[in-house]
Design a protein around this ligand. Structure first.
Ligand code: ADP
Ligand code: MG
Length: 325
C-alpha cells in the first residue's frame, strides 16, 4: 500500500494540476510496492503511468469570450518532421527533455526551460516548431490570435492578455503567441502608438511573471524588434534562417516522397531553390506533384520541379513583393 505521505503528495499534485509531479509520485509508489515484493502491483502502476503519459491531453474548449481569440489544436508533428540544422534540433530536443524531467530538476531548485522565443523570416518553421513541441509533449497547442486581440479589444488589450495568462496558469498546453509583435506595430492603422507600446510591455511582463506548467512560445518575423529587454524574458531564443544546401535536398526528398524524380542534379536543385524559404520550397514540390498527377505520371520531372521553384522565385521580382529581405 502507498504510504500516507504518498497519498498526500498525490492529492497535492492533483490539486496543483501538476501532472508530471503526479506521475513522478505514482512511480515512487510503484518502486515502494516493488520493494515490498508486490511485483504485479508495481507493474500495473508503471503501465498506467506510461499509458497516461503517451495519451495526448484533451483539448479543452474555451468559453465564447475566448474561443475566437485562441485556436485549439492537437498536433501530431514530431521533431523528425522538421528540417533544421542539428544545433537547432538539439535545442528543441532539450526543451522537450527538460519538460519531461522537470521533477528531477525541481528537486535541485531548478526549472525546465519553457519560455521560448523564435525569430526569423517567414516560412522557415517557427509556427511548425510550436506544433512539434506540442506533438512531442502530447500537449494541446493553443494559438493566440494577436492581431484579432488588438483590433477587437483596442483599449482593453492588456486586460484581455492578463485573462489569457490566467487561463495559461490553469490549463496546461503549448501557448503560441504567433507574430506577437503585431501588438507593438499597429502604427499604420491609426492606433495610438503609446497604447501599443504599453500593451507590448504588459505582454512581456506577463511572460516574465508566468510560472505555469505549460510552454510559452513567442514567434516573430521581425528581428528588428529584438532587444535586451526582450531577451531576458525568455529561457531560450532560436533564430531561424533560409535552408542550407543539404536542408534543401532533405526537404525536397521528404516532400516529394515516392514522387521523387529518377534523376536530378542536386547542384541544379539547390541553385533553383536559392533564396526560397522552407515553406516556398514545400509549395513548389506540391505544385510539381500536382502536375505529375494531372499528367498521369508516377513521379515529378526534374524540369517541372525546377520550373515550379523558378516560379516561386520570380514572384519576388514583382514590385508587390519587394518587402522580403
Ligand atoms: N524547417 C522546416 N522543415 C520542414 N518544413 C517546413 C519548415 N519550415 C516551414 N516548413 C513548411 O512550411 C509551412 C509553413 O511554415 P511555418 O512554420 O508556418 O513558417 P513560419 O512560422 O516560420 O512563418 C509548414 O507547415 C511546413 O509545411
Ligand atoms: Mg508563423
Amino acid at each position: 500500500m502507498a504510504t500516507a505521505e504518498h497519498i498526500k503528495s498525490l492529492i497535492r499534485s492533483h490539486c496543483d494540476n501538476d501532472r508530471e509531479r503526479f506521475f513522478a509520485i505514482a512511480l515512487q509508489v510503484a518502486a515502494h510496492e516493488a520493494k515490498q515484493g508486490h511485483a504485479a502491483a508495481a507493474h500495473d502502476i508503471r503501465a498506467l503511468v506510461d499509458n497516461a503519459r503517451t495519451t495526448p491531453r484533451k483539448v479543452i474548449p474555451f468559453n465564447r469570450e475566448f474561443s475566437d481569440l485562441i485556436l485549439a489544436a492537437t498536433p501530431s508533428y514530431r521533431v523528425s518532421d522538421i528540417i533544421l540544422p542539428d544545433e537547432k534540433r538539439q535545442r528543441i530536443d532539450r526543451v522537450v527533455h527538460e519538460y519531461r524531467k522537470q521533477d528531477k530538476l525541481r528537486k535541485h531548485g531548478l526549472s525546465n526551460r519553457r519560455k521560448i522565443l523564435l525569430a526569423g523570416p517567414p516560412g522557415t518553421g517557427k509556427t511548425m516548431t510550436a506544433s512539434v513541441l506540442a506533438g512531442e509533449l502530447k500537449l494541446p497547442l493553443y494559438t493566440i490570435l494577436m492581431d484579432k486581440l488588438v483590433t477587437k479589444f483596442m483599449g482593453e488589450t492588456s486586460a484581455k492578455l492578463r485573462q489569457i495568462f490566467d487561463i495559461i496558469r490553469v490549463q496546461c498546453g503549448v501557448y503560441l503567441f504567433d507574430e506577437f509583435d503585431a501588438i507593438g506595430a499597429e502604427r499604420g492603422r491609426g492606433n495610438d502608438v503609446g497604447e501599443m507600446r504599453r500593451v507590448l510591455n504588459a505582454f512581456l511582463q506577463l511572460i516574465e511573471q508566468d510560472d505555469s506548467d505549460g510552454l510559452i512560445v513567442a514567434a516573430t518575423n521581425n528581428a528588428a524588434i529584438l532587444d535586451q529587454a526582450l531577451f531576458r524574458r525568455f529561457d531560450d531564443i532560436l533564430y531561424y534562417g533560409l535552408p542550407s544546401s543539404s536542408e534543401v535536398q532533405n526537404l525536397v526528398a521528404n516532400r516529394l516522397g515516392s514522387f521523387r524524380p529518377k534523376k536530378m542534379s542536386q547542384v541544379e536543385l539547390v541553385k533553383a531553390a536559392n533564396g526560397l524559404s522552407h515553406a516556398e520550397i514545400g509549395q513548389a514540390c506540391d505544385d510539381a506533384i500536382k502536375n505529375a498527377i494531372l499528367s498521369d505520371n508516377k513521379s515529378v520531372t526534374a524540369t517541372s520541379l525546377k520550373n515550379m521553384l523558378k516560379e516561386r522565385r520570380a514572384a519576388y521580382g514583382q514590385p508587390s513583393n519587394t518587402s522580403r529581405t
